[in-house]
Design a protein around this ligand. Sequence first.
Ligand code: SF4
Length: 366
Amino acid sequence: MIMKKIDAILDKAYNEQILSEAEVKFLLDLRDKKEISALFLTARDLRQRYFGKKLFLYGFVYFSTYCRNECVFCYYRASNSAGRRYRITVAQAVESACGLADSGVHLIDLTMGEDSFFLKCESGLKKFETLVTQVKSNTNLPIMISPGLLPEEYLTVLSGAGADWYACYQETHNRELFSRLRPGQDYDRRFLAKQHAKKIGLLIEEGILTGVGESGNDIAMSMNNMHDIGAQQVRVMSFNPQKGTPMSGWFSPDRLQELQIIAVMRLIFPEKLIPASLDIDGVKNLKKRLDAGANVITSFIPPFSGLSGVSQIDLDINEGNRTVDGVLRVIDESGLEIARASEYLQWIGTEKKKAGKKNDVCETVV
Ligand code: SF4
């Protein structure tokens, strides 16, 4: 009986019909191995339809770990004296990015906390702009910026400097939970920044955390919000407790929850990018994330570069497991292959064109 219901929902997803919130929640609540395997299989079939065996790889340059905010889940929150702080120079960022480019990644993700050094004055914006321009021109790769909430003029300048993506995670779309996770921050400003980014031609990544007190309804609501905002990349990460933070005593959730969310995301966003992040467990569980339908591996960090991760500040970095060579075996075991650089460029070019057409339509309607 239950398998019939699952098959009906998976058939609907396979035929790319919109799933209801109740259906999404039903899939997230599956606990039986056979039932979950059927979900993962459909997710992989849909990935195959749009991407074949191709995987994209993202290099990660965390160029400043300073932050003015106090997110309760984050190691880099302003008041965490245990937090490892650094701000690297443009030359150092370029060197790391070039190393990543040489190793074969398709994109450089330039990440920082909300560092007042870059956000407070015009010279900070100038420095950020230089960073984007220099990394782009030296690597010849697309650039994602992940700097937290940015004012509109920053987004415009950084887009002009060559940024292709703006990643800014709400982490939850339950406003009450948001205010507990991100105290003092404005839910709407964060969401509106992404809408503005999209309007000026940036691709956007939206994401959620799981294991932070969210309900199944919250996750289903997040899927709707991600759909409505038109994110080209959607991600979920399992919460890892961080030393020196108010949530240091929390448990990290069973990874099955994240895997099911990845798979359901693939059903809802079959043609979009869904990351398997090395930042959560290092290379461990990477295959499971790929088997659940992910098609991007994120957070490659060069060993001995002195650069940190976000959720796992140093896991697997100096061991060389967060390098392209370090994941080749897993990619092979997953029956996948690394896409050519031109294939990634083609994908983002097509998405930009589609987004541009939608913006034109919106402006005509307005
Ligand atoms: S999640 Fe981002 S904005 Fe929040 S404290 Fe950490 S670095 Fe700052």
